[in-house]
Design a protein around this ligand. Structure first.
Ligand SMILES: *Cc1c(COP(=O)(O)O)cnc(C)c1O
Length: 233
């Protein structure tokens, strides 16, 4: 009985994933946001062929990395404290939430010790709420143009991440995504210190409630939790 119930419940995860995959353009990468979800639920997505997962807490991410199959690509999407960098540097595929130069320096130092180059996105504050963390455009520009950045040989800045305001107002959401896209596009025009550790290819924006708008505004990486796994408790 339990097996049967489990099976029918869990099969909705792969159905949800398949539907989302079918509805987005092929160039858009889907990060399955598995925060607060059990290893069983993650494995259900994994066995349906999905290999990229995102977590917002270092502790939870680390435990899941050690417990689950090693060919999973793990992304950190939540705020990262400098003193926790060491836990994820050995395995993390992409840090979406780099939000200070100090943090980039710490990632660089620890990655250097194990000969890794860690890919990062600069998280930009695009929402109206004060609570969502991230850099202002001016702060991001300062980092991207700094000579110091070129010294961080074990960090690669591969793009930007942003979260829109939590609102029903689609125009507001669209405006915020469009502004991030504009900044993303203007990056190639910025006067910059030449160097290979800063090449934009990822624009991470869009979650369950707003990913369609985000894709229309140029996102090529969406972070989807509840639309895949159901509501979090
Ligand atoms: C939780 C979370 C998501 C996914 O949210 P859903 O609404 O469940 O899709 C995306 N990005 C970040 C940074 C998150 O913390």
């Amino acid at each position: 009985m339990f097996v049967k119930y489990n099976f029918s419940f869990m099969s909705t995860i792969s159905d949800n994933l398949r539907k989302i995959k079918e509805s987005v353009p092929p160039g858009v990468k889907i990060i399955a946001v598995s925060k607060s979800m059990s290893p069983e639920k993650i494995l259900e997505a994994y066995h349906s062929g999905h290999k990229i997962f995102g977590e917002n807490r270092v502790q939870e991410l680390t435990v899941k990395y050690y417990d689950l199959p090693k060919d999973i690509e793990w992304h950190l999407i939540g705020h990262l404290q400098t003193n926790k960098v060491k836990h994820i540097v050995p395995f993390v595929s992409l840090i979406h939430s780099a939000d200070s130069f100090k943090l980039l320096m710490e990632i660089n130092n620890l990655a250097g010790k194990i000969n890794r180059v860690v890919s990062c996105l600069l998280q930009i504050h695009i929402a109206q709420e004060e609570t969502k963390s991230g850099l202002s455009y001016a702060e991001a520009e300062t980092i991207l143009q700094s000579e110091e950045l070129q010294q961080l040989k074990n960090v690669r800045i591969v793009g930007l991440m942003g979260m829109a305001t939590l609102t029903e107002d689609e125009n507001q959401i669209r405006k915020e995504f469009a502004s991030l896209r504009k900044f993303y596009d203007s990056f190639s025009l910025l006067p910059r210190v030449p160097g290979a550790n800063c090449q934009f290819e990822i624009l991470s924006m869009g979650m369950s409630s707003d990913y369609k708008i985000a894709i229309e505004e140029g996102s090529n990486m969406i972070r989807i939790g509840s639309a895949i796994f159901g509501e979090r408790k």
